[in-house]
Design a protein around this ligand. Structure first.
Ligand code: GLC
Length: 531
């Protein structure tokens, strides 16, 4: 394992922490930064190289931190700057780097910039947001729709203009044509880099710049993906503008000029992988990592996934490093979405995530195969769930299941957690740590194998011929991975080799010669003779 500052994120494993749900140290039912510090032991034992914290900045929490009311501070419910500094230092002493979430597309409507902006048409920050006069009949300037449903424009009666909000009404969009906005965010990057933050995950990375003329979005067609059809329009003018790339070239300059260089990870919610590839920059001068949502939303089907991985490999320039995730705070948990809560499938999915060429992102709880938890009625916290315009995201955000005790080790006995806790008696970290063949041990052993195997850290990917239902690939000269994503037994040609780690741990160390027989939803990493 290299600890090289420039490549740690290429070879390492990243781990997303939704802070409110990770560990509640002060007993108020909400996770906090001290809770993260208290569980660094777990992360070090697991072997992750970096953690990405979902927004920790102050926020009125209309969208749980993704509506920022101050970019240079810590949300009082989560801690303070001193606690964050301690977290960064403690993590560093264990070889773990800390990445923060940056939300540059919009602010909270209670952010002082917006409070000022809406105070008058001549306010200093008026031009920091996207304002337009109503059309002659009083209607909004154009047809843009918000991601959370309804029109993306809100009339500000006192000043008589509409402002743009691609998300909630309480999340006004910043105007990235405005040079002052750009300068401000460059300073925000420097502020956190100076505090030892290893980089940023950039929220809504493809959305920052809007069409300068505010042209109407074209109507969706029958060929469009489901969410586009539901919205009724293609988002080609209110996001996905080519001009956004200039911003990332500027930021990359700042990140690379920092000592050590910092990493920029994009939430590139885009379904054309050639478009995703553009966010790495023509010469590798934009984002370092871009999330791959076609992969996230694919079925756990061998043919589908193989095609997406091959398309990704084709689309990316040699310098561009893929990023793989199955879960996050928006899309929910892969153990449920991909695997239908079947542990065998979850083991296969973890083995795949940790052995593809690229940087894997685990979401807290993935390491124990945590499943989604139904959240209904007055437990619902997600605005998307409350509005009912799209499925709520709470089921994938419920608290970490640390142990089988009261509060699941997340919070204290008798405290009501901010979201309900799943079945921690059936699945928790403590029990899985004791079980040598648990999902958790598999995950940890796969991460350790990655560290000690250069093929897995940096070897090239090549698909191998495999029977229907199975998918196998080579990494570097001497590592083969095979997964059977079907209900039948398969025989995968692998040649002579030895199983380094199998999802069925009783097969670790088994030798193969010719075909590897895999039962339903079984997978293995093999060491083979160099190709
Ligand atoms: C991103 C975040 C999501 C949030 C949205 C608006 O997609 O991941 O949680 O609701 O941006 O900020």
């Amino acid at each position: 394992m290299t600890n090289d500052d420039a490549v740690w994120w290429r070879e390492g494993v990243l781990y997303q922490i939704y802070v409110r749900s990770f560990a509640d140290a002060d007993g108020d039912g909400t996770g906090d930064l001290q809770g993260v510090i208290d569980h660094l032991d777990h992360l070090e034992w697991l072997g992750v190289d970096g953690i990405w914290l979902s927004p920790i900045t102050p926020s009125p929490d209309r969208d749980w931190g993704y509506d920022v009311s101050g970019y240079r501070d810590v949300h009082p419910e989560l801690g303070d700057l001193a606690t964050l500094d301690r977290l960064v230092a403690d993590a560093a002493s264990r070889g773990i780097r800390v990445i923060l979430d940056l939300v540059p597309n919009h602010t909270s409507d209670v952010h002082p910039w917006f409070v000022d902006a809406r105070s008058s048409r001549d306010a200093e920050h008026r031009g920091w947001y996207v304002w337009r006069d109503p059309r002659p009949d009083g209607s909004p300037p154009n047809n843009w729709r918000s991601v959370f449903g309804g029109l993306a424009w809100e009339l500000d009666e006192p000043t008589g203009q509409y402002y743009l909000h691609n998300f909630l009404v309480e999340q006004p969009d910043l105007d990235w044509w405005n040079e002052d906005v750009r300068r401000e965010f460059e300073e925000i990057l420097r502020f956190w880099f100076d505090r030892g933050i290893a980089g940023f995950r950039v929220d809504v990375a493809n959305g920052l710049i809007k069409d300068r003329e505010l042209r109407d979005n074209p109507a969706a067609t029958d060929d469009d993906p489901e969410d586009v059809r539901r919205r009724g329009q293609r988002q080609v003018h209110n996001m996905n503008r080519p001009e956004v790339h200039g911003i990332y070239r500027d930021w990359r300059g700042i990140a690379d000029a920092s000592d050590p260089p910092r990493v920029l990870v994009g939430e590139t919610w885009i379904f054309d992988l050639r478009e995703v590839a553009r966010f790495y920059g023509a010469t590798g001068d934009e984002l370092n990592l871009c999330f791959n949502f076609p992969f996230v939303f694919a079925d756990l089907d061998a043919e589908t996934l193989r095609r997406i991985v091959e398309t990704t490999e084709d689309a990316l320039e040699p310098f561009a490093q893929p990023a793989w995730a199955g879960s996050n705070h928006d899309v929910g948990r892969f153990a449920t979405r991909w695997c239908g809560d079947r542990p065998d499938a979850t083991r296969c999915a973890l083995l795949m995530l940790l052995t593809l060429r690229g940087t894997p992102f685990l979401y807290f709880g993935d390491e124990i195969g945590m499943v989604e938890v139904p959240v209904t009625g007055d437990d619902v916290r997600d605005p998307a769930g409350v509005l009912g315009t799209q499925p709520g995201r709470d089921p994938g955000r419920t608290p970490m299941q640390w142990n089988a005790g009261p509060g699941a080790g997340f919070t204290r006995e008798g405290v009501r957690p901010w979201l309900p806790i799943g079945n921690a008696r059936a699945n928790n970290v403590e029990d899985q740590r004791r079980d040598p063949v648990s999902v958790l041990r598999l995950c940890r052993d796969l991460i350790a194998l990655r560290r000690e195997t250069s093929d897995l850290r940096s070897g090239a990917y090549a698909s191998l011929p495999s029977p229907p239902g199975a998918w196998s690939w080579r990494r570097g000269p001497s590592t083969i991975i095979a997964v059977n994503l079907s209900d039948g037994r398969v025989a995968v040609p692998v040649g002579p080799g030895t199983i380094a780690i199998g999802t069925d741990r009783s097969r670790d160390g088994e030798t193969a010669d010719g075909d590897l027989s895999l039962g339903p939803w079984e997978g293995a990493v093999l060491r083979v003779a160099p190709a």
